[in-house]
Design a protein. Structure first.
Length: 74
């Protein structure tokens, strides 16, 4: 049986953050918000719109908190 690949991923920038939304094979959507390659927020949503909204809200919250992150040292 041949592999059946299906990839759905959206990436954008907002509020100085990188936002990524990916579809999972169980029908849910994961979202990640990063700054300078460091994850600052992650989550799972039941829809693409829900994941996009959650990621945008997390990026906005981060920006309102002065955009401070702790980068890993090593």
């Amino acid at each position: 049986m041949a592999a059946n690949w299906s990839v759905r991923q959206l990436v954008c920038q907002a509020h100085g953050c990188e936002l990524a939304v990916s579809w999972r094979t169980d029908g849910r959507w994961t979202w990640t918000v990063s700054v300078a390659g460091e994850r600052i927020a992650v989550g799972i949503a039941q829809s693409q719109d829900g994941a996009q909204d959650a990621a945008a809200n997390a990026a906005e919250r981060h920006a309102r908190a002065d955009g401070i992150i702790q980068l890993t040292m090593f």
